[in-house]
Design a binder for this molecule. Sequence first.
Ligand SMILES: Cc1cc2nc3c(=O)[nH]c(=O)nc-3n(C[C@H](O)[C@H](O)[C@H](O)COP(=O)(O)O)c2cc1C
Length: 245
Amino acid sequence: MKRRSIRKYADRPIEEDAKKAVLDAAFRAPTAGAMMLYSIIEVEDPQKKAQLAESCDHQPFIATAPWLLLFLADYQRWQDGYAHFNVEEAARQHGRQIRQPGVGDLMLACLDAIIAAQTAVIAAESLGIGSCYIGDILENYEIHQKLLNLPRYTMPIALVCFGYPAASEMQRKYTPRFDRDLVLFKDSYRRLTKEELERAFNADPEAVNAAERNYLRKFSADFSFEMTRSVKKMLENWQQDFSPA
Ligand SMILES: Cc1cc2nc3c(=O)[nH]c(=O)nc-3n(C[C@H](O)[C@H](O)[C@H](O)COP(=O)(O)O)c2cc1C
């Protein structure tokens, strides 16, 4: 309940045993079929951190994070294992169709990566270490692919900054959430009524409503177009020569 995103860090490194505890927790996170369809890159090289601060929508604080973890959706390890053990031969003998990882497999790998990331975030929080996700890692795929040597069946999903919070961060108000009844439904989905839309997006009638604010600041901003372009590239790369089998 005390977690909030932390973007300014105290001048204090994260101890090695604290990092280990956070990673231990992440590695114990649930994972689809116990396959661990993710990898984690610790980005330590200051030049690479600076590049990410630029290519993730110009957010300088990324380069100041004492610990930077990139969670990748990763089917490459299993693909390499399948190739190493020539499993296609066994599959043919069993009359199975040969296939490549498809978008379903990718979605599962994304879930694994995100669950590991969020487990790390909560574990860190329990040790007093703050964190902040960087969604803009979905942008500039080609740059990140090259920078981090990402093979075909990996996808950068969650970049997370970690660090002990600067004192000023602890003064900030918690960001509000939608009222629970607008988000939590019973038994089936329910579209919001006009009154509920007012409640959701127009809590402060004095200010511009949150829908308009969001559309102008985020949804129609350049970075949103870049994110969609970049993710399309990721999907094309993942799916090239994809056989629907
Ligand atoms: C998927 C995801 C992407 C995010 N990307 C960014 C980001 O690029 N830069 C940033 O400063 N915060 C980012 N955040 C943090 C959100 O802005 C933050 O969680 C939200 O404003 C709610 O505030 P709180 O986490 O302090 O409760 C991201 C959070 C999530 C879950």
